[in-house]
Design a binder for this molecule. Sequence first.
Ligand code: NAD
Length: 470
Amino acid sequence: MKAREYRMLIDGDLIAGSSAFDVINPATAEPFAQCPKADEAILERAITAAKRAFPAWSAKSIEERARLVDKLADALEARAPEFAGLLTSEQGKPLDQAMFEIMGSVFTLRAFAQMRIEAKSIRNANGNLVIEHRTPLGVVAAITPWNFPVILLMNKLGPALVTGNTMVAKPAPTTPLTTLLFGEICKDILPPGVVNIICDQNDLGSKLTSHPDIAKVAFTGSTATGKKVMASAAGGVKRVTLELGGNDAAIVLDDVDPIAAAGKVYDGAMANAGQICVAIKRAYVPEAMYDDVCNELARLAKAAVVDDGANQGTQVGPIQNRMQFEKVKKLLDDARQRGRVLAGGAPLDRPGYFIPPTIIRDLDDDAPLVREEQFGPVLPVLKYSNIDDVIARANDSEYGLGGTVWGRDLDRAIEVAKRIDSGTVWVNQHLAIDPNIPFRGSKQSGIGGELGEAGLHEYTQAHIVNAVPL
Ligand code: NAD
């Protein structure tokens, strides 16, 4: 059977690249498709098209733009099984989690299509009228990572388009195909140039972010790359939103049922094989229930079905790419020397990038697995005996993305949550990300925010009109 061809959407046309590269299925470590690759000339065409499309797109009413964003959502929903299957092939996540990401993307687009930016009257007195409008910025560069390639694009595309911007999107080189498939939908629904998609092999990102015709960079990825994006945007004083890495702590309080709490923490650490920016990446447990929680976590880890995400019943798929697989392996090799492995601990002896859910106890806070972002299904479980001390330990990180607190006394749990220095803290729940609730990182986890009305405003410039009669 002839392999399916993928094309980049540039100025309303689906085009081949200047060359192509393999896309690997992480469950087999074998290529399963080819991705077109852009060169600088194609990048230039994409930016020129987006710039040319901007005046007409931004001049449309917000209702008309929202109507088209709604149509994108409908078309994505109609092809959801196809998108989910492709997402599993390129990303590795189990099919049910892939479907969840696609339907979450549909929901996100629809939520943004409902949102409006209103002009605000700041003063209307003694003949002085002061109004704050919000105007679109121009061409937005949307750069996405490989863990949630579809929904993280929609978090940017929804608000950017509704507020009147045009876009050049660049997916991660290891998960480009679902974005290209979405380009086919955009081609049928949007005017040419409103959305353009280029694929690279980590070589065009800086050219995109530093280009003088890019007004804003919406970036999700690692903190290391985020710093480069911020530096390259400085030349043009571009707007940036950076959604970066995290090392989220879960704090289990002493009034919980240890078995039930362990189940919640396990799910928060292992979904998407731990490759979630806000995954639980270290768990702090009271001394009195430390053994019970560790043992229950280990039981759950051992019982997990680890397999190709395309197979029914799979709970944990592979790590998405070889580089990340090697990074998690290295952290594991180190952690095995320093702590006690209760479950997992080494890659599976099979093709593909499989690391089974791993629980490690008795590490100290300076172990690399505790200090660094592991981004894999490996959870260090740490002991504490004093609440002030554990809050200080949770906050002792360059990151500040999310975090969770688990406790039966809700008021007390909320008081603890308020003291965690991060953008979001969930209490007795995890991953309650909602397009209507702003999401942002503190410290080196990011700048600016996505989602909610605040996220919508990030794609606009506040503009004051201050008038008096002649
Ligand atoms: P990455 O930083 O390696 O890559 C992200 C994107 O940046 C890719 O598209 C890549 O091609 C591109 N890129 C590479 N070099 C660039 C450059 N110099 N200029 C511009 N773009 C460049 O990240 P990743 O490994 O794909 O993703 C994992 C990371 O993303 C983790 O740290 C995770 O925590 C983070 N993440 C954060 C959030 C959030 O909302 N805060 C969400 C998901 C993932």
